[in-house]
Design a protein around this ligand. Structure first.
Ligand code: FES
Ligand SMILES: [Fe+2]
Length: 455
């Protein structure tokens, strides 16, 4: 008998049934189910390996999509600016007033020099080559020997703008200054993050690494839980794998939820609640661990431990957070490369980019966003650059999470190497657990086009 496409599921408990057993009701968005099968069976390997496809992305994808540039906290003062780069694109994001941000293409209108590099604060953008100068709002201020440029119309000589938006404390840019608003682009996000707004967070840790794999190869390694039992086998006694929830909410937003303190389906009944409680609480500092009662219900007991421990360390009140918000991995994706997570136990944000002009390398970044302390001070972490291949356990704040990330990273050069070695034409995706990859590639087809004959 052939299973209808999209109907296949593991025989384990659905995520919604796990929520149904929780003591504290989960926020409504976590109970929303929005899976639908997508017919993307033909995903050519060339889109991960070929320079031609990479160049199509440079021409059609990055210049016209919304991308996370930084956090608002990176630009607190008027005149603070930061350069966001992807491929050949270079965008200046600048605070122009207490409430206003602007974004400009970072290229002098005289002979093209980049106007600024990295981060800084300035009252104007003055080109270091010949001194053409613009106000931070993009209006032209003048150049040396202006008598030699009678043809330059000062008022019309503004810096070309990119679109800029804010959401959840993030600053997003779209290099296309005429792009439709971000609120329309990712309309479902506000409702989903209302129970745990990311505006109230700050960058407690930030780490980056160049990876020997295409940017899509790298980010897709984090978009499904299907790999967990093979790549992270030590975790399946306390974190479910094949029964994760997968949802696609609108063309640019999808979600993966992996429940904690629920073993893999084949281990249900074999792993006791006390064992799960005991193993999982090792994620917390030793002084925050408690003796596990013999008769324990692991999820509510652990949620209490996490509320206490994280609330104390982060100096904030987490007493209203549900078990699901406290424990589960709740990962959202905003096309094409931005992954804000909801919930608390693993407060991750991912961003993936091509590394320079190389289709076989990418830049992976993780920010850990902690809640701002109630009435206290906090400090934004600077990015910590790991060497290629260096263990993520070396990055501040990633000491325990790093071991799991290392397991993912070990795969990636092999995946990319194998894709380049392939003599078959397409990859083969599952119907349920890899639906977010199907959804991502469907959108990629729409934006980049299939362009099959050019790759
Ligand atoms: S290139 Fe910028 S002033 Fe000449
Ligand atoms: Fe993984």
């Amino acid at each position: 008998m052939t299973t209808q496409r999209g109907a296949a599921r593991s025989s384990g408990p659905a995520y919604t049934s796990i929520l149904g057993d929780d003591r504290t009701p989960a926020p409504a968005p976590l109970r929303a189910e929005a899976y639908e099968w997508i017919d993307t069976d033909e995903i050519e390997i060339a889109r991960y390996t070929s320079r031609a496809y990479h160049e199509l992305e440079m021409r059609h994808l990055w210049p016209s999509t919304w991308q996370m540039a930084c956090r608002l906290e990176h630009l607190p003062e008027t005149g603070d600016h930061l350069v966001y780069e992807i491929g050949d694109l270079s965008i200046i994001v600048v605070r122009v007033s207490a409430t206003g941000l602007k974004a400009f293409h970072n290229s002098c209108l005289h002979r093209g020099t980049t106007l600024v590099e990295g981060r800084g604060n300035s009252a104007v953008f003055r080109c270091p080559f010949h001194g053409f100068t613009w106000s931070i709002d993009g209006t032209f201020r003048g150049m040396p020997a202006s008598w030699d440029f009678p043809h330059v119309d000062g008022p019309g000589f503004c810096l070309p703008e990119a679109a800029v938006a804010t959401w959840g404390g993030f600053v997003l840019v779209n290099p296309d200054g005429t792009a439709p608003p971000f609120d329309d682009y990712a309309a479902s996000l506000d409702e989903h993050f209302a129970p745990y707004p990311l505006d109230d967070r700050y960058v407690a840790h930030h780490a980056c690494q160049v990876v020997d794999a295409n940017w899509k190869t790298t980010q897709e390694a984090f978009m499904e839980g299907y790999h967990v039992s093979t790549t992270h086998p030590h975790t399946v006694r306390f974190a479910n794998d094949f029964d994760c929830a997968y949802d696609v909410f609108d063309p640019n937003v999808s979600r993966l939820i992996q429940p904690l303190a629920v073993p893999a389906n084949h281990l249900i009944g074999q792993v006791g609640q006390a064992e799960m409680a005991s193993v999982i609480q090792k994620m917390l500092p030793a002084q925050d661990r408690r003796e596990v009662p013999d008769e324990v219900d692991a999820r509510p007991w652990l949620a209490d431990r996490f509320r206490e421990s994280l609330g104390r360390r982060w100096r904030c009140d987490l007493s209203d957070a549900s078990e699901a918000a406290m424990l589960d991995s709740i990962q959202y994706f905003v096309f094409p490369n931005f992954f804000p997570w909801a919930g608390y136990a693993i407060p991750i944000t991912y961003r993936f980019r091509p590394w320079g002009d190389d289709p076989n390398r990418s830049l992976m970044e993780i920010m850990l966003l902690h809640p701002k302390p109630d009435g206290g001070e906090w400090e934004t972490a600077e990015p910590f650059w790991l060497e290629p291949g260096e263990s993520w356990t070396r990055a501040p704040g990633f000491e325990s999470l790093g071991m799991v990330i290392d397991q993912d990273m070990d795969n990636l050069p092999r995946v990319q190497r194998g894709l380049r070695a392939a003599r078959h034409r397409t990859i083969t995706l599952s119907d349920y657990q890899e639906i977010r990859l199907r959804h991502f590639h469907q959108r990629l087809d729409e934006v980049v086009g299939r362009h099959d004959d050019s790759v």
